[in-house]
Design a protein around this ligand. Structure first.
Ligand code: SF4
Length: 727
């Protein structure tokens, strides 16, 4: 069983049967329910938990029960607790919770939380005398449970649907009168999966409002299943809000809460609310940079902790700030206001304040070794030679280690560059990493963590050599680093295993900051470096409005089902779509299937098109489509793209493209029609793409390496796209 299996209900919803289970597998909530029948419930539960684990379940396990728990059920839950596989919580009907003994049985089984099912409460209200008695008992239990339970939390399970939404405020008020209460707020619909759901933007506002109200009333809130909102856009221009643990957790899941559209505040007067979610300096740095990468910075933190650039209007905190000794070496010392005093008083923060190493320029006339990737793609291969030429123009002396000399002279027309098979100098790269005289270099640039591993584990870097590792492939190879460098009794996310502050990752995906924290990579060591190419291979000569085709291309994690369904809904007078992809089935008449073609065919096609469509499968741990996006941008073409975290790192909705929710063919069709029919919109978004293009050049990459990556020339700031977004 895998989360992507069609048989699994990916939208979170409560099971209908006598007993059900749910857990998070990857980026989706997987639910299963036992339908009515003679099957033994506890046997079924064991099997269902095994299936969830096989599907990659992690974190909380929700068990839904209609009948009072017995010893066998408790034993099954205890087995999960003892094995520390998943953390069970129970959602129960009023009947099941109508006695103290039953709740204590669940606590002894190690259940983390017990929730009264608010939906079942509604049903009980409308039902007969026995159910209403159960409801009364359950409410008594809810009121008195904190006095006799010592480890388990208690609360109400509330399923947010169009029907129940009006009752949310009332349930929160009820919980506000109880001690140690918690609201388990579940996104979805009970029963019919085809029933109407709250639109993403409305659900987002309700969730955001519930979090704010819960904070005010002192109610814990535990949202589940709101991942579907990842694609909704938070409105810009709102005031910064005070961060809370729940809000931070949701933002880490890329749920764009409207109240965070103005950024976050780490401090409120003398209080430090961020300390509840990130109590140590290491945790603070990780969380602050991670959220900054997603475009939600802590606006009252200094830039070295992921805050906005000096002088940004959002940084209006009244808190008194201070500098530390390390600020003297910071390239923005004079412009920076420093660190709020309450934050500076947190354990270890004073020692953590320092300019990230990648902000600092490299020595003049630095000696650089540039190691090229083993790729057959001429655009990607040529970009490393182009980077070398740019570095030389900035005064560096560059040696190149390459498996493919052919990429040195890739002509703008790409002729004679598509070599396949084993590269002639494939061993040269591995040999350099194992025994080359690396001590001769001030900077060594490598193509990915996997290739770089031998050099890192041998610890041959001299103290002043900077190792700049390109990470265009989402930490591919980092597992081997962890195996070699992380102590066996520690988990990588605990950190403290990164071998040197001279080793920096240049990541193409700031929106996936959580990936780095999951591996314990210190965020001070990660710089935002977009995927970059040599502009000579792309043409902006023909205006997008004169294009006669629409392009769609690529195969990695492409959502072709949604794309083809969208294409079938298009009017017949829309410009034809040229689809460059490996084999697909039947295509609608609007689509011309072109198969896969070499770059010397593809790039001119993009340069002659109107815009590009990039349909993607949403995956919180895998980015895709970046090469296609950068190709479109470099040709001055806007995109209609699925709003994944990776796409949002490159495309701003309404600036250089239109973003649509994942798996929504109608939204994609509407966006294609809109952009194709509106020449003014097409021209405006094409201008946005042309304006963004300089950021994705090898020249900008070279300048960031030589002068330090604290700024780009256009004012684009490090990790955050904060300034870019606010303008
Ligand atoms: S190190 Fe730089 S960014 Fe950080 S507080 Fe000091 S001057 Fe500001």
């Amino acid at each position: 069983m895998r989360p992507s299996d069609a048989s699994i209900a990916t939208p979170p919803r409560s099971p209908d049967g006598r007993i059900g289970v749910a857990a998070k597998c990857g980026g989706v909530i997987v639910t299963e329910a036992l339908a009515d029948g003679a099957v033994d419930e506890v046997q079924w539960l064991h099997a269902a938990i095994d299936r969830l684990e096989t599907a990659g379940a992690s974190g909380a396990l929700f068990v839904f029960i209609q009948q009072p728990p017995d010893q066998r059920l408790a034993d099954a839950l205890r087995a999960v607790t003892v094995a520390r596989r998943l953390g069970p919580s129970v959602v129960a009907s009023p009947t099941a919770l109508a006695s103290r003994d039953r709740v204590e049985l669940l606590e002894r089984a190690g259940v983390q939380a017990v929730y009264l099912d608010a939906w079942a409460t509604e049903a009980a209200r409308d039902a007969g005398t026995a159910e209403r008695t159960s409801l009364r008992r359950a409410l008594v239990w809810l009121t008195s449970a904190p006095k006799f339970l010592f480890k388990s939390r208690v609360g109400v399970h509330f399923e947010l649907t169009p029907t129940t939404a009006p009752q949310l405020a009332g349930v929160l008020r009820l919980l506000g009168k109880l001690d140690r209460s918690e609201l388990l707020l579940w996104d979805g619909n009970r029963g019919d999966p085809n029933a109407a759901r709250i639109p993403p933007s409305a659900a987002l506002r309700l969730l955001d409002g519930a979090i704010t109200t819960a904070q005010r009333l002192g109610v814990r809130i535990r949202p589940v299943g709101f991942e579907r909102l990842r694609t909704a856009m938070a409105p810009p221009g709102t005031e910064p809000c005070v961060a809370g643990p729940v809000m931070i957790e949701l933002l880490r899941e890329a749920v764009p809460l409207p109240s965070a559209g103005g950024g976050l505040l780490a401090t409120r007067d003398a209080e430090v609310p961020i300390a509840h979610a990130a109590p140590t300096a290491t945790a603070l740095v990780q969380v602050a940079f991670e959220l900054a990468g997603g475009g939600r910075p802590f606006v009252d933190l200094p830039p070295c902790l992921g805050g906005p650039p000096p002088g940004d209007a959002a940084r209006s905190s009244a808190a008194t700030c201070a500098k530390v000794e390390a600020c003297r070496n910071c390239p923005i010392d004079e412009a920076c206001a420093g660190v709020p005093l309450p934050v500076l008083a947190m354990p270890g923060v004073r020692a953590a304040i320092a300019p990230p190493p990648h902000w600092l320029p490299i020595p003049e006339q630095a000696r650089i070794a540039l190691v090229c990737p083993i790729v057959t793609d001429p655009v990607y291969g040529a970009s490393f030679f182009s980077l070398a030429r740019c570095l030389v123009r900035l005064g560096a002396r560059v040696d190149i280690v390459t498996p493919w000399e052919i990429h040195m002279h890739v002509s703008p027309s790409f002729t004679r560059t598509q070599h396949m098979g084993e590269p002639p100098h494939g061993r040269a790269v591995a040999a350099f990493m194992i025994d080359a005289p690396v001590e001769q270099y001030d900077v060594i640039i490598t193509p990915d963590p996997k290739v770089t591993r031998p050099l890192v584990v041998s610890r041959r870097l001299r103290p002043h050599t900077r190792l700049a590792i390109t990470d265009f492939h989402m930490l591919g190879g980092i597992d081997e680093w962890v195996r070699d460098l992380c102590a066996p009794d520690r988990r990588p996310e605990e950190g403290d295993w990164w071998p040197s502050d001279r080793i920096m990752l240049y990541s193409a995906f700031p929106g996936y900051g959580r990936l780095y924290t999951r591996y314990g990579v210190p965020m001070h060591q990660v710089a935002w470096q977009p995927f970059a190419v040599d502009p000579v291979h792309f043409s902006m000569e023909r205006p997008a409005t004169e294009g006669t085709t629409i392009i769609s291309a690529g195969h990695h994690r492409r959502d072709l089902d949604t794309f083809l369904s969208a294409a079938a809904r298009l009017s017949h007078d829309i410009h034809p779509i040229e689809l460059f992809a490996p084999a697909v089935g039947d295509v609608p008449p609007q689509v011309h299937f072109r198969g896969t073609v070499p770059s010397d065919v593809f790039c001119p096609e993009v340069g002659n098109s109107r815009f590009m469509v990039v349909p993607l499968i949403d995956d919180p741990y895998n980015a895709a489509g970046i090469t296609a996006l950068v190709t479109a941008i470099m040709c001055g073409r806007p995109v209609v793209a699925t709003a994944t975290a990776g796409v949002r790192d490159y495309v701003s909705d309404g600036v250089n493209g239109l973003l649509v929710p994942p798996g929504d063919p109608q939204a994609m069709a509407d966006a294609i029609e809109r952009l194709d029919r509106d020449p003014e919109l097409l021209a405006a978004l094409a201008a946005g793409a042309r304006a963004a293009a300089p950021m994705y050049t090898t020249e900008a990459w070279a300048r960031a390496l030589v002068h330090g990556s604290r700024t780009f020339d256009d004012g684009h700031w490090m990790w955050t796209k904060w300034r870019h977004r606010r303008v």
